[in-house]
Ligand binder design. Structure first.
Ligand SMILES: C[S@@+](CC[C@H](N)C(=O)[O-])C[C@H]1O[C@@H](n2cnc3c(N)ncnc32)[C@H](O)[C@@H]1O
Ligand SMILES: Nc1nc2[nH]cc(C(=O)O)c2c(=O)[nH]1
Ligand code: SF4
Ligand SMILES: [Mg+2]
Length: 193
């Protein structure tokens, strides 16, 4: 759909320079999705993998973040192989709702109620990022925290339109359950892509 060089705004790698590759197509249908224009499978331009890698190599970006849409709806082995051959780290943002392909240096799993993650991705996640839209999402997120690996980082991120109401609840929850950390979408506060 689009590719752009920016800083990672969310989660463990927040604040680091990263080149984003946003793949078109999603069948999950989150009511609050902040990139609904990505959902269509056929409304977006196509790029050859080599041209994407070339665009990234024209920057000093050390990390590529593959996102979407739901990136796992595409076969990702060829793309991640090409990135690694060029010394670029491979990070993915996924709901985990389609089967895993690609070789990943970092998997950010953000499960969704609208189409739940496949069980096999849970132990592979490096980071679990729960979007908090209402207060029932804390208990809902704990079921996934119980299934990830011990080293997996745990984040609570307010849904953007509910951030004013949910952030104080998240802060209280983290103070009670300090295995969790706060993730804010900093790119939206500093107006970068
Ligand atoms: C647009 S999604 C694309 C990748 C994948 N489909 C997924 O949902 O993980 C990228 C990240 O943005 C988060 N996100 C989407 N809409 C959001 C919103 N309104 N507020 C906070 N986070 C949001 C998702 O949970 C996910 O972690
Ligand atoms: N700066 C920035 N950081 C992000 N982290 C995850 C994003 C995504 O849409 O996957 C995103 C995004 O869209 N922009
Ligand atoms: S899974 Fe990701 S891209 Fe798809 S609707 Fe949900 S937040 Fe948007
Ligand atoms: Mg985004």
């Amino acid at each position: 759909m689009e590719h752009f060089y920016t800083i990672q705004g969310e989660g463990y790698h927040q604040g680091k320079a990263a080149y984003f590759v946003r793949l078109g197509g999603c069948d999950v249908g989150c009511t609050w999705c902040d990139v609904k224009e990505s959902w269509s499978f056929d409304a977006h331009p196509h790029w050859a993998i080599a041209s994407i890698v070339e665009a990234i190599k024209n920057t000093p970006a050390p990390i590529a973040v593959i996102t979407g849409g739901e990136p796992l709806l595409h076969p990702l082995d060829a793309l991640t192989t090409a990135l690694r051959e060029n010394g670029i780290a491979t990070n993915i943002e996924t709901s985990g709702s389609a089967s895993l392909s690609g070789a990943w240096d970092w998997i950010c799993l953000s499960p969704k109620k609208f189409k739940q993650p496949l069980p096999e991705i849970l132990p592979l996640a490096n980071e679990l990022k729960i979007i908090v839209y209402n207060k029932s999402d804390f208990a809902w997120g704990e079921q996934f925290a119980a299934q990830v690996a011990p080293h997996c980082k745990l984040y609570l991120q307010p849904e953007w339109s509910k951030a004013a109401a949910m952030t104080p609840l998240i802060i209280d929850y983290i103070k009670e359950h300090p295995k969790w950390e706060l993730s804010l979408q900093i790119h939206k506060y500093i107006n970068v892509p």
